[in-house]
Design a protein around this ligand. Structure first.
Ligand code: NAP
Length: 259
């Protein structure tokens, strides 16, 4: 399927690895030029080079912390006006409810709620002026069903989801759509880090931790960054203009709900 977005420009945040990289690769495969961000310059440059070689698109890199005011300013200055925005950042650390104080919540809200909101605030006006735009926020399945040890993530991402629900309907008349993609367990560094936590807590091997988590998923496997990216690229396509303010689960059926 031709996604109809060849020649568009996308800002993909936190995109040197994992799900962000999956989105960047799939957009590049559709002919989209990229502004690609992550903190670590080495991995970022390596990913950018691989994408340029594979897809022949232009990739501008900005090594910066997207959750800081300065980092965001750097990224936005390099991006200018874009057609597509993919928001993403690292997820908050796991723990239990009694571990977390105000400072932990402020940090999680900054990274996983206020950062995507600031990026949308900065970039939606250009999309509205152009009469076309796509925003995809990478959130989590924890928005639909809480994950007990990820209370910081549950809280921050649900706040973002409420913001998107209202905002998506305000920008839709201008041809701009905002949707959220909700990853379940995907095979990325983040998943490996969470497996390591289970391994330590339960005194089991990494393979055991992984097969136990995979067994909780009806698809009996972790998702891949490539399939996550393909869903993102479709939502950014010309075919997805009637999909507005949705929260789309990619979790192999793990969330046990009828709708
Ligand atoms: P990942 O494999 O660890 O990759 C994270 C990417 O984000 C890297 O490119 C990293 O590069 C970049 N990054 C992290 N913090 C950043 C920051 N402050 N500023 C700019 N770039 C930053 O993680 P992932 O699995 O793709 O997860 C992406 C998001 O989805 C996270 O919020 C995660 O919590 C959420 N999620 C993931 C899963 C899963 O199973 N993988 C499930 C549910 C939700 P640098 O470190 O060099 O900056």
């Amino acid at each position: 399927m031709d996604l109809g977005i060849r020649g568009k420009r996308a800002l993909v945040c936190a995109g040197s690895k994992g799900l962000g990289r999956g989105c960047a690769e799939a957009l590049a495969a559709a002919g989209v030029d990229l502004i690609l961000n992550a903190r670590g310059a080495d991995a970022l440059e390596a990913t950018a080079a691989a994408i340029r070689t594979a897809h022949g698109v232009s990739v501008t890199t900005v090594a910066a912390d997207i959750t800081s005011d300065e980092g965001r300013a750097q990224v936005l200055a390099a991006a200018g006006t874009v057609d597509i925005l993919v928001t993403n950042a690292g997820g908050p650390p796991p723990g239990v409810w009694s571990d977390w104080g105000r400072a932990d919540f402020i940090k999680a809200l900054d990274a996983n709620m206020l950062t995507p909101i600031a990026l949308m605030t900065a970039l939606l006006p250009g999309m509205i002026d152009a009469g076309w735009g796509r925003v995809i926020n990478i959130t989590s399945q924890s928005v639909k069903a809480p994950i007990a040890q990820l209370g910081l993530s549950n809280a921050a991402r649900t706040g973002l989801t409420g913001y998107v629900a209202g905002t998506a309907r305000q920008v839709a008349p201008h041809g701009v759509t905002i949707n959220n993609l909700l990853p379940g367990i995907h095979d990325t560094d983040r998943a490996t880090a969470l497996d390591a936590g289970v391994m330590k807590a339960e005194g089991i091997t990494a393979d055991e931790a992984r097969s136990r988590r995979a067994a909780t998923i009806p698809a009996r496997r972790y998702g891949t960054a490539a399939e996550f990216g393909a869903a993102c690229a479709f939502l950014c396509s010309v075919h997805a203009g009637f999909i507005v303010g949705q929260n789309i689960l990619l979790d192999g059926g793990a969330t046990n709900a009828t709708i």
